[in-house]
Structure formats: structure tokens, C-alpha cells
Write a protein that binds this ligand. Structure first.
Ligand SMILES: NC(=O)c1ccc[n+]([C@@H]2O[C@H](COP(=O)([O-])OP(=O)(O)OC[C@H]3O[C@@H](n4cnc5c(N)ncnc54)[C@H](OP(=O)(O)O)[C@@H]3O)[C@@H](O)[C@H]2O)c1
Length: 294
């Protein structure tokens, strides 16, 4: 059996190009440049890279990108005020706060402070409510990217049994809502699994599509999946390695080499789901600008 290695890098480039073209025609019609503000609290090196990449990608798509770097000591009150200013700004159409936040700041309060019409991360309860009602406005970027990867790789989830491993608010839960929606890219029968799921293997081995988002390196093994399965690996885990200069390498939640042999299609880590997240964020930002311009 020939396995397709799903190229997230290539697909994300295609989407970025589509967004750049649409941004250009939007600007020509409305004389408005979509603006994305990304707030980073603290100086975690991995988060700094993610945030810088989001700003760069926004600018490359013809949008205005702004990163607001704040010290980890910033107070919750000051952060709420900064969000309020961005909510009122005419130049900023999308606001994203890079999570996690330091423990003295309530993530819930911060997410709820963002004006839902600028919530391009789709995490505000108003937007997650719309998604669970089956009428989404902003779909969180990672689940949206996963649906896109499936659709663009001849793996439409319609009528399929999908096992999702992990029920986080940023991946598993919104993804379960998305793939079970009564619409294109939906209509799947979803098993949403988590750490309290009993007989996990019994579920995964019967699934047509397995999506792993748990954060445990190489958790999904070849004996857990059926022949011809489609596997989407969301996990990004650092494991020690003497083979790289950095002293670590990135692996997913799936034991790639063995699971690949049974798969019809599979995403690699890195280069699978990861690149899609930024592309979908840009799409949400453009959509936010369109909504705010009526
Ligand atoms: N590619 C991307 O763009 C992207 C984006 C986001 C996240 N990620 C990566 O995806 C992974 C998951 O991230 P997250 O933020 O969604 O995770 P998270 O908030 O840490 O949640 C992990 C989930 O996995 C479940 N889980 C843990 N152990 C399990 C087990 N043995 N069996 C079944 N389920 C188990 C947990 O169950 P409980 O709820 O019962 O605790 C929880 O629902 C991480 O590696 C993260 O880096 C990648």
C-alpha cells in the first residue's frame, strides 16, 4: 500500500497564497488593511518564535502585524486594559493572546475580555458556543487546519468514524464539534477520547481517522490502528537527542515509522499540522476584518 505523507507545509503555503490574494481584493474594495495584534507575556523562547512567525506571516499576506511583548510580571489589570485598547482600535481586527499565561493571570478572564468579533483564536465562549451550535464564526486555528488537511487529501470525514485523542479547549473539543457538524468537512461520527477513556485501543482500532492531540511522544502505536487508516498527529513533543545541535528533536504523539506502514495517509511532525495553524489564523483575521467592515 502506498502511504501519502500529508504535506502541511505545502498546503499551508497554498492557503496563505489564497489569503494574500483575498486580502488584496478586500483592500482594493474597502481601503482597509486587516490588522492582527499578538500579545506575548513573558520570554519563553518557543512562544517568542511562534509569535514572531505569526507577525511575519501576517505581514507577508499583506496584513498589518503587531506583536506586543509584555514582561511576565505584567498585572492582570494592565493586560485587561491593553486588550480593551485593542478592542477599540480601528486598525486592529484580530487579537490573539499567546497561551499559556503566568499563573497570576486568569486565562479565562483574558480570553473573555477580547471582543468576540476580534477573537481570531475562536476561544471566547461566544465563539465556542457558536461552533457547538453548528454555526461557527471563528474556528480555532488548529482544528480548522486539521479539517483542511483532511479535505485537501481526499480524506473527507463525512460518514467516517473519527477517534480524537485529547479533549483540550484548543484542539480536541472544538475539533469534535467541527467534524461532527452537518456541513462540508463534517458529518463524521466522533469518539472524543481522554485520559479517563477505558479500552482506548478498542476505539482507535475501529476508527477510519485517528487524530492524536495528547502531548505524549509516540503514544499511538501500530497495533492501535487498522489498515488503511488516516492519521493526523497534532502532538509536538521535545525528546532528548544527541543527534541535533539543540540537544532535542521534535516528535509527535504517533510512532510515525510503524504507523505509517498501515496508513493510507499520515501527517509528519514537524511539517504536518503545525504549519496549518498560522495559515488558518490569517484566514480568521481576514474574516474578522471583513465582518468589521460590514
Ligand atoms: N500543531 C499545532 O499547531 C498544535 C497546536 C496545539 C497543540 N499542539 C500539541 O498537541 C498536543 C496536545 O495539546 P493540547 O493543548 O491539546 O493538550 P492538553 O491541554 O495538554 O490536553 C491533553 C489531552 O490529552 C488527554 N490525555 C492525556 N493522557 C492521555 C492518555 N493516556 N490517553 C488518552 N488521552 C490522554 C488529556 O485527557 P484529560 O482531559 O482527561 O486530562 C487531555 O484531554 C501537545 O503536544 C501540543 O504541543 C500542537
Amino acid at each position: 500500500m502506498k502511504t501519502t505523507i500529508i504535506d502541511g507545509q505545502k498546503i499551508s503555503q497554498e492557503i496563505k497564497l489564497e489569503v494574500a490574494n483575498e486580502t488584496k481584493s478586500f483592500q482594493d474594495s474597502f481601503l482597509v488593511t486587516p490588522g492582527l495584534a499578538v500579545i506575548l507575556v513573558g520570554d519563553d523562547p518557543a512562544s517568542s518564535i511562534y509569535v514572531k512567525n505569526k507577525e511575519k506571516a501576517a505581514i507577508a499576506s499583506g496584513m498589518a502585524g503587531q506583536t506586543i511583548n509584555l514582561p511576565s510580571t505584567v498585572s492582570e489589570k494592565d493586560l485587561l486594559q491593553i486588550i480593551e485598547n485593542l478592542n477599540l482600535s480601528k486598525e486592529i481586527h484580530g487579537i490573539l493572546v499567546q497561551l499559556p499565561l503566568p499563573t497570576h493571570i486568569s486565562e479565562e478572564k483574558i480570553v473573555q475580555k477580547i471582543d468576540p468579533i476580534k477573537d481570531v483564536d475562536g476561544l471566547h465562549p461566544f465563539n465556542s458556543g457558536l461552533l457547538s451550535a453548528g454555526t461557527p464564526r471563528f474556528i480555532p486555528a488548529t482544528p480548522a487546519g486539521i479539517r483542511e488537511l483532511l479535505l485537501r487529501n481526499d480524506s473527507n470525514p463525512d460518514g467516517k468514524h473519527v477517534a480524537i485523542l485529547g479533549r483540550s479547549n484548543i484542539v480536541g473539543r472544538p475539533l469534535a464539534n467541527l467534524l461532527s457538524m452537518k456541513s462540508i468537512g463534517g458529518n463524521a461520527t466522533v469518539s472524543l477520547c481522554h485520559s479517563r477513556t477505558t479500552n482506548l485501543k478498542k476505539i482507535t482500532i475501529n476508527a477510519d481517522i485517528v487524530i492524536a492531540a495528547i502531548g505524549i511522544p509516540n503514544f499511538v502505536t501500530e497495533d492501535m490502528v487498522k489498515e488503511n487508516v488516516v492519521v493526523i498527529d497534532v502532538g509536538i513533543n521535545r525528546v532528548k537527542s544527541s543527534m541535533t545541535k539543540r540537544g532535542y528533536r521534535l516528535v509527535g504523539d504517533v510512532e510515525f515509522e510503524s504507523v505509517k506502514l498501515k496508513s493510507k495517509a499520515i501527517t509528519p511532525v514537524p511539517g504536518g499540522v503545525g504549519p496549518m495553524t498560522i495559515a488558518m489564523l490569517l484566514r480568521n483575521t481576514l474574516q474578522a476584518a471583513k465582518l468589521q467592515c460590514g
